[in-house]
Design a protein around this ligand. Structure first.
Ligand SMILES: [Cu+2]
Length: 149
């Protein structure tokens, strides 16, 4: 009866080993995490804050202004140096024009706030008028630019 003893012992040993045998670790490699698509926030273009520079003195370029108001040019006679740019500005809501009697210069219809500029390069006397409220020869709404050398 003792002859089976070793076999039983062996069997028991196998059983124990089997029981204790750690199951093979299921080594399922983790799939690589999907690389997250990171949205780079579009960088707002920094506004180039270029300060608007006042127009530099262009060296000798004089300027003068004639105001249009109350259906008249002010000053009525303006004397400037040759090379001066004269700007007429309509400061009222009535439409006007700046029209040279001899046609050498002339504006379109100037509404309120509109302006017209002309540079006088030659000495002389330039009569002008408003086409709506004046005429050549100092009639009605008119003015004169005297240009000196
Ligand atoms: Cu007018």
């Amino acid at each position: 009866m003792n002859s089976l003893s070793p076999k039983i012992a062996f069997a028991t040993l196998l059983l124990l080993l089997a029981a204790c045998g750690s199951p093979a670790p299921t080594e399922t490699p983790e799939p690589p995490a999907p690389t997250e698509h990171i949205e780079h926030p579009t960088e707002a273009a920094a506004p180039t804050d270029v300060p608007t520079q006042a127009p530099a003195d262009d060296g000798g370029g004089n300027s003068a202004t004639v105001s249009i108001a109350n259906f008249s040019f002010g000053p009525g006679t303006l004397t400037v140096k040759a090379g001066t740019t004269v700007t007429w500005r309509n400061n009222e809501d009535a439409p006007h024009t700046v029209t040279a009697d001899d046609g050498s210069f002339g504006s379109n219809t100037l509404g309120q706030g509109d302006s017209f500029s002309f540079t006088f390069t030659e000495a002389g006397t330039y009569d002008y008028h408003c086409q709506f409220h004046g005429g050549a020869g100092h009639a009605g709404m008119s003015g004169t630019i005297v240009v000196e050398d």
